[in-house]
Design a protein around this ligand. Structure first.
Ligand SMILES: NC(=O)c1ccc[n+]([C@@H]2O[C@H](COP(=O)([O-])OP(=O)(O)OC[C@H]3O[C@@H](n4cnc5c(N)ncnc54)[C@H](OP(=O)(O)O)[C@@H]3O)[C@@H](O)[C@H]2O)c1
Length: 305
């Protein structure tokens, strides 16, 4: 593959790992677009620790059109990167959106001009140990999954030879909903209870979790996901198998007083449900509660800025 210019927007756990992997491969020109300069990253993968030099831009005005953008902010920060996308995107640019939730193209297209949008499901764990220190952990199977097609082939080629394994699927919508199903319970319940994944072993939470999941499964099916009749139970079993000490990003964001990604998770279920006239009162309750916390966090952050 010919050398490409790649901008990674958002240098958190996911973007930091992606930027480090691409820069270490040495095959492309990698530009990190962040809110503060990062001259070099420490990157941990298994027992390997590398120091990676990065070209970082902190002002969108300094950016020019690139071949690929990897958009790696939280979903709720998408609109805030509009000035970056305006400078980075031309008609030939592809924007791979490495975010949780569904509706990636609808969320990003208004800010990306005529650039093509490639949604990606993120399966790897990217831990930001410090603003310039990231750790990659593989969870299982692929690290990223994208809808099969020529753009997916080019994206996979971009990351070939790096530790990030890209899968391609014709059943992308189904996988997207399966990931969303985990997230619509794992994130809000850990954030609201301020407890890690071990909280799901409480028997008194089971009916609530299964109720949230059954609502979301009905909506996912209406949206075209090929979900099993016992999908809710299977997802809950999967979650019970996760390490008790693991946290979720909403749990950590909640503890840190940051805005929460709730609109992209339970909010996405509630808004898709409206299209199909499906009742989702439990997801709506999660949305309202977490949105209240998120809005209060955003207000406090803006007062202290
Ligand atoms: N981390 C994981 O293991 C994991 C796993 C699966 C899925 N995901 C999903 O992947 C996405 C990214 O998650 P993450 O964990 O990497 O989030 P994160 O650690 O919060 O990082 C997001 C980054 O975006 C930056 N950002 C936000 N607005 C920006 C702006 N206007 N300009 C420049 N940079 C901006 C933030 O900058 P500041 O540092 O300045 O705030 C932060 O560095 C989310 O949708 C998440 O749910 C994450």
């Amino acid at each position: 593959m010919a050398k490409r210019t790649i901008a990674v927007v958002g240098l958190g756990g996911i973007g930091g790992v992606a930027a480090a992997c691409l820069a270490l491969s040495g095959r492309h020109d990698v530009i990190a677009c962040a809110r503060r300069p990062i001259g070099a990253l420490t990157f941990e993968h298994g027992d390997d620790v590398s120091r990676v030099q990065l070209t970082t831009l902190v002002e969108p005005a300094a950016a020019t059109v690139v071949d690929w953008v990897l958009l790696c902010t939280k979903a709720q920060d998408t609109a805030s990167v509009a000035p970056w996308l305006a400078r980075l995107c031309g008609p030939q640019t592809r924007v791979a959106v490495l975010q949780n939730g569904i509706g990636h193209a609808e969320r990003v297209s208004p800010h990306a001009g005529s650039a093509g949008i490639l949604p990606a499901i993120v399966y790897y764990n990217g831990e930001r140990i410090a603003h310039d220190h990231m750790r990659l952990r593989h969870i299982r199977g692929h690290d990223l999954l994208v809808p099969a097609g020529p753009v997916a082939d080019e994206f996979a080629a971009l990351l070939a030879g790096t530790p990030i394994d890209v899968g391609k699927s014709d059943a992308f919508v189904t996988f997207q909903w399966r990931k969303l199903l985990i997230n619509v319970i794992a994130n809000p319940v850990t954030a609201l209870t301020r407890q890690r994944i071990g909280v799901f072993h409480r028997k008194d939470l089971h009916d609530l979790c299964l109720g949230i999941l059954r609502e979301a499964v009905a909506v996912g099916r209406a949206e075209g996901a090929d979900l099993e009749s016992d999908e809710a139970e299977r997802i809950f079993e999967t979650l019970l198998g996760y390490p008790s000490e693991a946290g979720t990003s909403m749990y950590f964001d909640c503890l840190a007083g940051r805005p929460l990604e709730i609109e992209a998770l339970n909010g996405a279920v509630v808004s898709a449900a409206r299209k199909h006239a499906i009742a989702t009162p439990l997801n709506a309750a999660m949305l309202a509660l977490l949105k209240s916390i998120s809005d209060a966090n955003a207000e406090t952050a803006s007062l202290s800025a």
